[in-house]
Write a protein that binds this ligand. Sequence first.
Ligand code: ZN
Length: 152
Amino acid sequence: MNELDQLYQQIILEHAKLRHGQGILGDPDGESFQVNPTCGDQVNLQVRLDGDRIGELAWDGKGCSISQASISVMSTLVEGKTIEQAEHLHEIFSDLMNSRGKGIDPKREEELEDASAFVGVAQFPARIKCALLGWMALRDATAKAQAKGEGQ
Ligand code: ZN
């Protein structure tokens, strides 16, 4: 294993332990429960919007280190960003996961900050869904929150 791989593995293991953003919001605007049946990973993710921004995000989940670390990294990345910015990051992350481990344009990859540590996961097709689980939950929760806002 080279130095970069070791660094990436360290980031993933630290986030799996740290679980940044883990918690429960009293009165979320949107909520999403997602399951990855192939691995058994679960997440329940809640958001509270501040205008078009993700004001607060909280989640609880269980499953493999990759799934839980990815949710933790994503939480640090998207909190305070606009929904549009979060969607943009989701697209870059999906492209990274579908890059078969070859990586993507370094300028786009930079935008992912710690989330670029998951590049190695792209070599294991069965684990890609683990890494994407939190992002799916985020997209669903923000869509529900926006729909609720428009209904008022
Ligand atoms: Zn998993």
